[in-house]
Write a new protein. Structure first.
Length: 454
C-alpha cells in the first residue's frame, strides 16, 4: 500500500515537536496513521503529545517510524516521499536534486501510544493567548519545592493567567476557560513557535484526562497538568492606598529598556537599579567596585504623589516594560511591593532591601531620554490616581504633576550637544574613509591603463 508524504509537512512537524519539549525529551518514534481526510502524525513525549493532520487522497496502513528517520527526511522545500508499506517493511523513495533516493525502514511496535482525547468543551481565543503564555513563562521558578512555581496557573473561575517566581508575579486577564478550577500548565517554547502561529488565527483550549489541550489549525498538543500548591498574590494588588504612581511614557519605556542591561552594577547580586521619583523620574545603576554610576532621566514621564526612591532588580523592571506596564505604584511609607498596570495586566514586583550607594562628584553619567519637553495630546496625558475602585484598581483623574527644573533642562541641552558632536565626528570619519576609497579606485584605474599600454 503506497501513499505520498510532503517533506515540508515533515519539516513543520519536526519543528513543532522540537519546540514542544526540551531536546532531552524528544520522542523516540513517530506514528503515522490515517484519519478523516488525510494523515495524522503523532509524537509521544514525556508528559506531552502533539499531532499534525495533513490532507491527502491516499490511504496507508498505520506505521511507526523512528524519530531520527523522520528528522532526516524533513526538508524546508516542498518535495514528496513515496511511502510503500508491506506489512512491517516500509520503503521510502524520494528525489534529491533530481537523483532518486531510497531507504528501507521497519515499522516499530510500541505499546501504550494512545492519544489523549480532544476535549468536548473548549474555549476559543486569538493568538493573544499564545502571547500570554509566552509572557507568563518569564515569571517562573522551576527549582521551587514549597510551591509549584514552575507551572503557569490558568484560573478558570477568574478568567486569568497567573505566573510567579516568588519575587515577581504577572496576572493577565480576559481569558475565558471551559473549566472552573485552577489548572497548572507547564511552560513550553511551542507557544512562541513560528510554525504554530502560521497554522491559524484561532486558538482553542480545553482539559481532558489530566491534560491541557491546545488546538490551532491542523495542530493539537497536550501538556500534562501539574499538581501542588500555588501561592495567592491578589492581596498585593489590593493594598495600594496612598501609593505614588509613575506614569511611564512609551518613548521613555523604550529608552530605559534598551539601556537597563548596560547600566553599571549588572554583575552585582540581584542586578539592582534605583528608581527615584523626586524633581523628575530617574533610574540609576551603580558599580560599587569602580565607584561610578549612570543615570537615565525620563523627560516625558511623570508621577503623582509623594517623592520616593526604590531599589529593584533591573530584570524585573525590564520585564514590566516588555509586558506593556505603563503605571507603577510605589509605597512611599514602607518597602512594599511595586504594583503595575497595563492593558488587562497586573505586574507585582518585590523591591530590594538596602540603601542606594552614594555617588562621588564627577563619577555620575547622565543620559536624558528627550531634551524637548513637548506637550502631549489631551487623551495621551498620564492619569492621576487618588482613590481605588472595588477591585483595588486605580481610578484615573485628568491632569498631571510634571515639574520643570532649570538644571534638568541644562543637562538635557548638554547631552544633546554631545550627541550632535558625536554625529559630526562620525560624518567626518565617513567622508575621510570615502576619500581614501576614491583615491584607491583612481590609482587602480591608472595602473590598469598602464598595463594596457604595455
Amino acid at each position: 500500500m503506497r501513499t505520498i508524504i510532503n517533506r515540508f509537512d515533515l519539516h513543520r512537524f519536526e519543528r513543532l515537536v522540537s519546540k514542544l519539549v526540551k531536546p532531552s525529551e524528544l520522542p523516540a518514534f513517530v506514528s503515522v496513521v490515517p484519519c478523516s481526510g488525510g494523515l495524522q502524525f503523532a509524537a509521544f513525549c514525556n508528559d506531552a503529545v502533539l499531532t499534525l493532520t495533513v490532507a491527502t487522497g491516499d490511504t496507508i496502513k498505520p506505521i511507526t517510524l523512528p524519530w531520527t528517520t523522520l528528522k532526516e527526511l524533513a526538508a524546508r522545500k516542498n518535495g514528496v516521499i513515496e511511502c510503500d508499506v508491506n506489512g512491517k517493511d516500509v520503503t521510502l523513495s524520494w528525489s534529491d536534486g533530481g537523483v532518486p533516493q531510497t531507504r528501507d525502514a521497519r515499522s516499530l511496535e510500541v505499546a501504550g501510544t494512545i492519544l489523549p482525547p480532544v476535549p468536548e468543551n473548549t474555549a476559543a481565543h486569538s493568538v493573544r493567548l499564545l502571547d500570554a503564555m509566552v509572557d507568563a513563562s518569564q515569571c517562573l521558578d522551576s527549582e521551587s519545592s514549597r510551591y509549584s512555581l514552575g507551572s503557569i496557573c490558568l484560573r478558570g473561575a477568574r478568567s486569568e493567567i497567573l505566573s510567579t517566581d516568588g519575587r515577581q508575579a504577572l496576572i493577565q486577564e480576559g481569558f475565558a476557560f471551559p473549566f472552573k478550577n485552577d489548572l497548572l500548565c507547564p511552560p513550553s517554547r511551542i507557544f512562541a513557535s513560528k510554525e504554530l502561529r502560521e497554522s491559524g488565527d484561532t486558538v482553542t483550549i480545553g482539559f481532558s484526562d489530566d491534560y491541557a489541550c491546545f488546538g490551532i489549525g491542523n495542530v493539537h498538543f497536550w501538556l500534562k497538568a501539574g499538581s501542588g500548591k500555588f501561592p495567592q498574590v491578589d492581596q498585593f494588588a489590593k493594598e495600594i492606598g496612598g501609593h505614588t504612581w509613575l506614569h511611564l511614557d512609551p518613548t521613555d519605556a523604550l529608552f530605559v529598556s534598551e539601556r537597563l542591561p548596560l547600566l553599571p552594577g549588572r554583575e552585582e547580586t540581584d542586578s539592582p537599579v534605583h528608581v527615584e521619583l523626586g524633581t523628575g523620574v530617574a533610574v540609576r545603576g551603580h558599580d560599587t567596585a569602580q565607584k561610578r554610576a549612570a543615570e537615565l532621566r525620563l523627560a516625558r514621564s511623570g508621577y503623582d504623589g509623594a517623592g520616593v526612591k526604590v531599589s529593584v532588580n533591573r530584570k524585573f523592571l525590564k520585564n514590566a516594560i516588555a509586558f506593556g506596564i505603563t503605571r507603577i505604584g510605589f509605597d512611599p511609607k514602607e518597602n512594599g511591593p511595586l504594583v503595575g498596570y497595563g492593558d488587562q495586566k497586573q505586574f507585582i514586583v518585590m523591591p530590594l532591601d538596602g540603601e542606594e550607594p552614594t555617588v562621588e562628584p564627577g563619577r555620575l553619567t547622565v543620559l536624558v531620554s528627550d531634551a524637548k519637553r513637548t506637550a502631549l495630546p489631551k487623551n495621551d496625558k498620564p492619569v492621576k490616581v487618588s482613590q481605588t475602585s472595588r477591585g483595588g484598581r486605580p481610578k484615573p483623574k485628568t491632569g498631571t504633576n510634571r515639574k520643570a527644573v532649570v538644571l534638568d533642562d541644562a543637562l538635557k541641552l548638554r547631552q544633546n550637544l554631545r550627541e550632535t558632536l558625536a554625529g559630526v565626528n562620525d560624518l567626518i570619519r565617513s567622508i575621510q574613509t570615502q576619500r581614501r576609497q576614491d583615491k584607491l579606485l583612481r590609482d587602480t584605474v591608472a595602473s590598469l591603463q598602464k598595463l594596457q599600454n604595455v
